[in-house]
Design a protein around this ligand. Structure first.
Ligand code: FES
Length: 361
């Protein structure tokens, strides 16, 4: 059967010389479309930028030469002859002109396998795909009658014994591969006797890695500490309000300031009593200073002055400084409680003579 030459997707003459990739694309298109493939002479002409043998120099297609049949002709004839040996289903599909894809062929093969039907032969597959039969298939045509019985469900002939292949054993020599291994596969590769190829693990790399992990550990540690600190109570620890300051005999006449820093009190002793003044200015709460040379307390904030017993006599202070509760403990020491204060409000009776406001001595 003579093939009709067609340009396919090739541009008409006159045209430029085509490169290999354009020619390969054209061949692939012709194969997909069932068009006759370009011959070697066609390819050479396309590369050289000259008209193909069957192409007219004026852009028309020259009539194919009947005296010189193309090499594909015997193959086409052989294909027609082969179709007689195809199965009835295949012949029916070919007669219907149905075009098969490779995935459809694979599905059909799977169906035949499931239903114990004979599988499609290579010639049938080629015909269903619409591909031109290979030239080598022509001499094989006489063998077609013998292929038909092979599609019956006759018991298969015993296969010749394959040469035994020695089992694969690992020799301990690592197989090397080039490239970046996927993350997380190094252990699996090592277990399989594989080793990666990469830069050597230098001391600088190790130090750098250690530094990075130390930073990560420090960050996580600080974060966890802050997290657990969140659950601890935020308590303000205040100094005790009840404490002992020693025996009455430890204090001489006058003002003793040794507990000012620790308890904010002064111990004041007169000829007949001992009392504790709470060191807080009654104006705005500053801590006055004891001025022994002047025998008075002087507030540094606004200048209020108090005498040696804490009674105000100058400045904006409205009343005398308060006195703390005082008692003698079982061991004879003086026990002070600054949470219980005795005051002398302006224009009101004094509480400095109340029990607990002083100790008689
Ligand atoms: S606080 Fe002491 S005088 Fe104002």
């Amino acid at each position: 059967m003579a093939e009709e030459k067609t340009l396919g997707r090739l541009p008409k003459w006159p045209r430029q010389a085509l490169n290999n990739s354009v020619i390969a694309a054209e061949q692939a298109y012709r194969k997909r479309s069932g068009l006759p493939l370009l011959t070697d002479a066609d390819v050479e002409a396309l590369r050289a930028g000259v008209p193909m043998p069957w192409e007219g120099g004026d852009g028309s297609l020259a009539a194919p030469t009947p005296a010189a049949p193309s090499p594909a002709a015997p193959a086409t004839a052989a294909t027609d002859a082969n179709q007689d040996s195809f199965g009835p289903d295949v012949q029916k599909w070919l007669a219907a002109g149905k075009k098969w894809s490779k995935s459809a062929i694979a599905a059909e093969q799977a169906r035949r396998k499931r239903n114990s039907l004979p599988a499609l032969t290579d010639a049938e597959i080629t015909a269903l795909l619409g591909e031109p039969a290979a030239p080598a298939a022509a001499p094989a045509t006489p063998a077609a009658p013998t292929a038909a019985p092979a599609r019956t469900l006759a018991p298969a002939a015993p296969k010749p014994a394959l040469p035994s292949v020695p089992p694969l054993t690992r020799t301990g020599t690592a197989t090397k591969y080039v490239g970046t291994p996927a993350v997380g596969t190094s252990k699996a590769a090592a277990a399989g006797g594989l080793a990666t190829v990469g830069p050597d693990d230098t001391t600088v790399d190790q130090r750098r890695r250690r530094l990075v992990w130390s930073g990560v550990g420090a960050f996580l540690g600080a974060w966890f500490l802050a997290f657990f600190r969140f659950f601890l109570p935020r308590t303000l620890f205040e100094p005790a309000t009840k404490f002992k300051i020693g025996y009455p005999s430890d204090f001489a006449l006058g003002v003793d300031t040794k507990f000012q820093q620790k308890y904010r009190i002064w111990v004041d002793r007169t000829p007949d009593r001992l009392f504790v003044v709470y060191a807080r200015c009654t104006h705005l709460g500053c801590t006055p200073d004891w001025k022994p040379a002047e025998n008075k307390f002087k507030c540094p904030c606004h200048g209020s002055g108090y005498d040696s017993e804490g009674v105000n006599f100058e400045g904006p202070a409205p009343r005398p400084m308060d006195r703390a509760y005082i008692e003698k403990a079982a061991d004879g020491q003086i026990q002070v409680d600054v949470s219980r204060l005795y005051s002398w409000p302006k224009g009101q009776p004094s509480h400095f003579d109340d029990p607990g406001a002083f100790l008689p001595v």
